[in-house]
Design a binder for this molecule. Structure first.
Ligand code: TA6
Length: 293
């Protein structure tokens, strides 16, 4: 269902029969809400988020394409999150994976301005879907539609902001002992779950398909499953950086954590006609099923 959101920006509401729901703004192709069947909001959107182009909406799931962070000549995180996407009325057949009935297909193609800063033709199709049990599934299909025979390379991330009750009581499992990049230097993570006492901004490399984010107070575990996205970025700005962001509350770092399915270390290269797929599935389960899994 297409409706008007903040500042009149259009958004699509998705509702699953058992009560879970999601919202996707056409601006940025950005999910800004994912609620479970009790109506609890599972994603973080800053109370100071500016729903006004060209600023990206602070929270939900920004799409970082064709560049992650400042790893290239474009603005940080590329331009897909700063553009208006369209509803894709006749998407090519999607992989059977989504058994969902609650979904929307969006499409982004470069405008003249984009082609000046990133001279490549592409079709970026994004499907946002809710599974019957309320999991949130994002599937990106990016095709090189260059007619000049030129390949292109890009980096990518689903910059997911999870809502947590208290960052100092959150653990991340699945990234132990992995190598990670921090300020462009390479380190190796220690052997047990990641906890948070200060700013974290790390790009974990060649990570497993499943990562768990445990929220102790809520007795809830987010499970992030990914495919086609080898890396995972973990980010919490903490107090100093939080104060420096105009569209982020000074205390809000306590109630969010970004864990981002990404392809950063090795850019993805597509020849004309080739298509890449990157998927992430998020579920929120009572922690009793998940600890130690
Ligand atoms: O994903 C982590 C990161 O690259 C951080 O370095 C921080 O810059 C964050 O993204 C937010 O970026 P943004 O451009 O949305 O303010």
């Amino acid at each position: 269902e297409l409706t008007k959101g903040v500042n009149g920006l259009e958004k699509v509401l998705l509702r699953e029969v058992r009560g879970s729901s999601a919202e996707v703004y056409l601006y940025g192709g950005q999910v800004t809400s994912w609620k479970n069947d009790h109506g609890e909001e599972l994603l973080f959107v800053s109370s100071k988020a500016i729903f006004k182009p060209p600023k990206a909406i602070r929270g939900g799931i920004p799409i970082c394409f064709p560049q992650f962070a400042n790893r290239g000549s474009l603005e940080p995180h590329g331009f897909a999150r700063n553009r208006f996407w369209s509803i894709d009325k006749d998407p090519p057949p999607f992989p059977a994976a989504t058994s969902s009935r609650a979904f929307v297909d969006l499409i982004l193609k470069p405008c003249e301005e984009d082609l000046k800063i990133w001279p490549h033709s592409f079709e970026f199709r994004l499907r946002v879907a809710l599974s019957p049990c309320g999991d949130l599934m994002l599937t990106s299909r990016i095709r090189n539609t260059n007619t000049d025979g030129k390949p292109f390379s890009f980096t990518f991330a689903y910059h997911t902001y999870f809502s947590v009750s208290d960052i100092s009581e959150v653990r991340v499992e699945g990234l132990e002992t992995l190598d990670y990049l921090e300020n462009k230097e390479r380190f190796t993570e220690q052997g047990d779950a990641i906890t948070f006492e200060s700013e974290v901004d790390k790009i974990y490399l060649s990570t497993p398909t499943k990562i768990a984010i445990l929220d102790h107070e809520k007795k809830r575990t987010f499970v992030l499953r990914k495919d086609g996205l080898p890396d995972a970025v973990v980010w919490n700005p903490w107090d100093k950086k939080a104060k420096a962001m105009a569209d982020f509350g000074d205390e809000e770092y306590k109630h969010m954590l970004c864990v981002e399915a990404a392809a950063v270390e090795k850019p993805i290269t597509l020849k004309p006609g080739e298509e890449w797929r990157g998927r992430q599935e998020l579920s929120a389960v009572p922690s009793s099923y998940c600890s130690g899994q």
